[in-house]
Design a protein around this ligand. Structure first.
Ligand SMILES: [Zn+2]
Length: 255
């Protein structure tokens, strides 16, 4: 599932691939519209230009020259592709420009779309927390409280937006905190390490182009698999369900 680094990378590829180009036509099929959408994708006027983007957590808003915003959620399996020629398989959203086109491929069709007057029209009713890449330490730590499992808290998009299952495991591995630990049991140093590693883990993935095999040595997501081992102590990963999601952790290194 695309998390923050993947969506940021998608946004950059869309802006680099079709940004500034004049739209010829647009169609969507099979993606669910958010209820705040003011019109359909097909209603975006020819000649409209994508002028930039705003990303908040895993939600992407393309800034249109009309003043409106095209919202895209990539769901479990969505990804954009700039193409020239035959339409790629599983295209659910297609924007045609002079000479090239943008497809959003989504085999499982769990993504979403909408044309919005403002990103806030989508974000505010859903009470999204601050974006995980830019959340300040004090802001995060003031929100990180209560008795639930720390991993569940990190994945709660109303606490911070953009961290999902994979990056939560990495953050907690690096902070040496077990995913099932209660938030209110964390020491000050552990809380500080959690904040630090949210930024470091997300930026490391962005720097690696979200190719997890290119992450620096010592990171969990390079080797997060059933037959993988902890890069520090070399014992096999423990696997369990925390917050309803499959979680990897090291019983030797995390407390
Ligand atoms: Zn270990």
């Amino acid at each position: 599932m695309p998390e923050l680094p993947e969506v940021e990378t998608f946004a950059r590829s869309i802006a680099g691939g079709v940004g500034g180009e004049a739209l010829v036509s647009s169609t969507s099929s099979g993606l669910r519209y958010v209820k705040e959408s003011v019109c359909e994708v097909e209603d975006i006027a020819p000649g409209t230009v994508i002028e930039g983007y705003r990303r908040h957590g895993k939600a992407l808003f393309l800034k249109l020259s009309s003043g409106r915003w095209l919202y895209i959620h990539f769901g479990m399996s969505g990804r954009p592709l700039v193409f020239d020629g035959d339409e790629p398989p599983y295209t659910r959203l297609r924007l045609d420009f002079e000479g090239r086109s943008l497809s959003v491929q989504d085999p499982r069709r769990l993504g979403g779309v909408g044309v919005l007057d403002s990103p806030e029209d989508y974000l505010l009713p859903r009470r999204r927390g601050p974006d995980a890449l830019s959340v300040g330490r004090e802001e995060l730590l003031s929100r990180l409280k209560g008795g639930r499992a720390v991993k569940a808290a990190l994945m709660d998009q109303s606490l911070i937006a953009g961290v999902g299952n994979l990056y939560a495991d990495e953050v907690l591995f690096q902070a040496a905190v077990l995913p099932r630990r209660r938030v209110d049991s964390l020491h000050e140093e552990e809380r500080a390490a959690v904040h630090e590693w949210i930024g470091r883990a997300l930026r490391a993935s962005l720097d690696a182009g979200t190719d997890l095999s290119r992450l620096p040595e010592g990171m969990m997501l390079r080797v997060r698999s059933k037959d993988g081992t902890c890069p520090r102590c070399l014992i096999p990963w423990s696997v369990g369900t925390v917050g309803g999601r499959t979680s990897y952790f090291c019983e030797g290194c995390q407390r």
